[in-house]
Unconditional design. Structure first.
Length: 360
C-alpha cells in the first residue's frame, strides 16, 4: 500500500473539532450506487480503516484516506496533486478569485481545520477546492464529477509547534453528518457519490472484522454501502437517533447518552468516531485527575437517549479506554473509537439528519 498510510496511522490522533451540517443533502449526481471495500490497517498499537483515493481532477493517484465518522469533509495534501512550484509554507500561489489546475478548481481564501483538544491539537491549513474524484481501486470504485475538497498545504502539531514534513500525512475522508465550521461547503464527500435517485443520501458501514486488521493492510470487500433504502433505515434493526442542529456547524453527530463504568454513571454526549485508532475517552467532570486509563477487565456500558446499548470489557490490547476531565481537555464529548465499529454497524442518513446504531 502507498506509504502515506503509515503516516496517516502514526502521525496525529483524530479527536475532531469539525461539526455537522444544516443543509438538506440532495445534490446532483452522475452514475450508479456503490458498495465498496475498505482497507483495515493496524495491530494492537492502534487500528484504522482507509478508503483509497485513485483519481482527483484529471490525475490518477494512489492515496489512502482515513475513513472518519468523526469529521465532515475530504481533506487531501496539495503535494502531488498540483505543481510543487505553487506550494509554499504560507499557502498556494495564484491570482484572481480561483484557478483551475490539473482539473482541480481552487478557490481564493485560506482556511484552517482543527483536530484534537487542549491536550493535543493539530491544524491543517489550506483552501476549498472542487474536483472530480474517484474512490476505491481495482477491487471496485466509483466517481463523482464535482466534490468539495479541502486542499491543504501544511499540517502543524500545535502542541509541539512542529510542522509535519511527510506529504499526505493527514488525508481524511470525513463522513460526518455536517459541515466544517471553517466553511460550510466542506461536508461529507459521500453526499456526492450516491448516484441512484431512488435512494436516500447517506451510508451504511458494516462491522469491521477485527481479525482482518494487519500491519500491511487488508482489503475487506463490501464494508461501505453508499446510498440508503427505506428498508436500511426502518427494517434492518438499526436504532435511529435524530440529530440536533448546532448552528454554524449544522447537525451535530454527538448523541446524548449515559456511560457507566466502575459503579459511576456519567451523562455525556457521545461521538462514535472511526477515526480514533486506539483509545476511547470518557469525559467525566467529576474525574479526580485530568486523565487516566481504565484497568483491564473493566466493564463499560453506553446507553443512548434512544435506547441503544453497547457493553464492552477493556483488555490490555483492545477496547482501551481512558477517563478525562473536560474542564482540563476543553472537550465535553465522550468519544468511542474504532473498537466500537468492530462490534456494531453504523448508518448515517444525511437527508433526515439521523444516525443509526445496531449491535452485531
Amino acid at each position: 500500500m502507498k506509504n502515506n498510510i503509515l503516516w496517516l496511522f502514526c502521525g496525529f490522533g483524530l479527536i475532531v473539532l469539525i461539526s455537522s451540517c444544516s443543509k438538506d443533502k440532495t445534490k446532483p449526481v452522475t452514475t450508479t450506487t456503490s458498495t465498496l471495500g475498505l482497507y483495515e490497517y493496524g495491530v494492537d498499537s492502534g487500528r484504522r480503516a482507509f478508503i483509497p483515493v485513485t483519481k482527483i481532477g484529471n490525475q490518477s493517484v494512489e492515496y489512502y484516506s482515513v475513513f472518519d465518522t468523526g469529521s465532515s469533509g475530504m481533506t487531501i495534501d496539495a503535494h502531488g496533486i498540483i505543481p510543487d512550484a505553487m506550494i509554499s509554507s504560507t499557502g498556494i500561489s495564484f491570482t484572481g478569485d480561483s484557478v483551475t489546475v490539473n482539473g482541480i478548481t481552487i478557490i481564493a481564501g485560506q482556511y484552517t481545520l482543527s483536530y484534537g483538544n487542549k491536550t493535543g491539537l493539530t491544524k491543517e491549513y489550506g483552501y476549498l477546492a472542487y474536483a472530480p474524484v474517484t474512490i476505491g481501486d481495482a477491487n471496485g470504485s466509483t466517481s463523482a464529477n464535482r466534490v468539495p475538497v479541502f486542499l491543504y498545504y501544511k499540517v502543524v502539531d500545535v502542541t509541539s509547534g512542529k510542522t509535519m514534513t511527510v506529504n499526505h500525512s493527514l488525508d481524511i475522508f470525513g463522513v460526518g453528518p455536517g459541515n466544517s465550521y471553517a466553511n460550510s461547503a466542506i461536508e461529507s464527500p459521500l453526499v456526492y457519490f450516491n448516484h441512484d435517485p431512488g435512494l436516500i443520501n447517506g451510508f451504511k458501514l458494516a462491522v469491521l472484522p477485527r481479525g482482518q486488521f494487519s500491519s500491511t493492510g487488508t482489503y475487506v470487500a463490501g464494508l461501505l454501502k453508499i446510498g440508503l433504502s427505506s428498508a436500511d433505515i426502518t427494517s434492518n434493526g438499526f436504532i435511529m437517533h435524530p440529530l440536533t442542529y448546532g448552528g454554524a456547524g449544522g447537525y451535530s453527530s454527538n448523541i446524548a447518552s449515559t456511560v457507566t463504568y466502575n459503579g459511576q454513571t456519567v451523562s455525556t454526549n457521545v461521538l462514535f468516531d472511526s477515526g480514533t485508532p486506539l483509545i476511547s475517552t470518557i469525559e467525566n467532570r467529576l474525574a479526580v485527575t485530568s486523565t487516566g486509563p481504565l484497568p483491564a477487565s473493566t466493564q463499560v456500558t453506553v446507553t443512548t437517549n434512544m435506547g441503544f446499548t453497547y457493553t464492552y470489557t477493556t483488555t490490555n490490547t483492545t477496547n482501551l479506554t481512558q477517563v478525562e476531565n473536560p474542564n482540563v481537555t476543553g472537550d465535553y464529548r465522550t468519544i468511542f473509537g474504532i473498537d466500537f465499529f468492530m462490534a456494531n454497524e453504523f448508518l448515517t442518513d444525511y437527508v433526515h439528519h439521523q444516525i443509526g446504531l445496531k449491535n452485531n
